[in-house]
Design a protein around this ligand. Structure first.
Ligand SMILES: [Zn+2]
Length: 285
């Protein structure tokens, strides 16, 4: 079993320092991994009292489709679609974001952004700034917690996952104004009230295509935290490269699967942008 000190050393070897504002996106392997609580203790130890930790606390229970997966969590919790988001009590969906975010969200001084699907929780001095706005449409775009993280010159740690979990690339898609962000999501906002969210983030399978570019530019630091592979990167550097890439080639981060409805549609309208489908209520799941 890995100790806090072991993980602290691993995080420091990865270049993490105190005072940083850090977004962690993690998935958890089934065995031989550090305990989530041990990792949280190690992260807070390295970041220190001047650092801030942010995690995604997404809640797919609030949408009318139980996507992207319907499997129950390890502890048997059922995620039934169609719940109303409660900022203080709706748990982070650990099927999607792993067990770490719920530990952060339930800390006494944690702050959480108010988006009913794509919320973030944070602890540390920058937590209020990171979470004080949560645009309902385009939840990863301007004025979102990710945009605040960018302004604060934060860092991203991907743990036991890869660029497919790099949420910053959704921010880059918005800022590069790629033409394919037309998907919507029906979100429950009251007992009998639903609202259609525009700017639903799409397929991320093609996000791996940016990794060789980031690696070549020496923008990723690779390491291991306990038994888990890790990538650490600077938010502004990654977003700058991704925006430049997407402005030059808006289809650059789409996947090549013939079965991916989203990317096939996105590639079509990217290559032939006129005429666009009749938004705003165009559905693409
Ligand atoms: Zn795709």
């Amino acid at each position: 079993m890995f100790s806090v000190q072991h993980l602290v050393t691993d995080l420091q070897n990865l270049g993490l320092r105190s005072g940083v504002t850090l977004l962690v996106h993690s998935t958890w392997p089934s065995s031989a991994a550090p305990l989530p609580q041990t990792l949280l203790d190690a992260l807070l130890t390295v970041l220190g009292p001047t650092g801030t930790l942010m995690v995604p606390t997404f809640t797919y229970t609030t949408v009318d489709s139980p996507s992207p997966t319907t499997t129950p969590t390890e502890n048997g919790t059922q995620y039934l679609p169609g719940s109303v988001f409660r900022i203080r009590s709706t748990p982070a969906d650990s099927r999607i974001v792993g067990p770490l975010p719920e530990l952060v969200r339930t800390r006494p001084k944690a702050r959480r952004s108010r988006h009913p699907v794509f919320s973030f929780a944070a602890i540390g001095p920058n937590a209020p700034l990171l979470t004080h706005t949560a645009p309902f449409h385009f939840p990863f775009g301007s004025n979102s917690p990710l945009a605040h993280l960018h302004r604060l010159n934060g860092e991203l740690l991907l743990l036991n996952t890869d660029q497919r979990s790099n949420l910053l690339l959704h921010l880059a898609e918005v800022w590069a104004e790629v033409p394919y962000l037309l998907s919507t999501l029906r979100v429950k906002v009251g007992q009998e009230r639903w609202r259609t969210m525009r700017g639903k983030p799409g397929c991320t399978e093609g996000f791996v295509k940016i990794e060789p570019l980031l690696r070549q530019a020496r923008l990723i630091r690779y390491g291991t935290i306990g038994s888990m592979p890790a990538q650490r990167m600077n938010v502004q550097a990654v977003v700058s490269m991704a925006v430049a890439l997407l402005k030059g080639a808006p289809d650059a981060l789409l996947c090549d699967s013939p079965n991916c409805t989203f990317c096939q549609f996105a590639r079509r309208i990217t290559q032939k942008p006129q005429p666009l489908p009749s938004a705003p209520h165009f559905e693409l799941l």
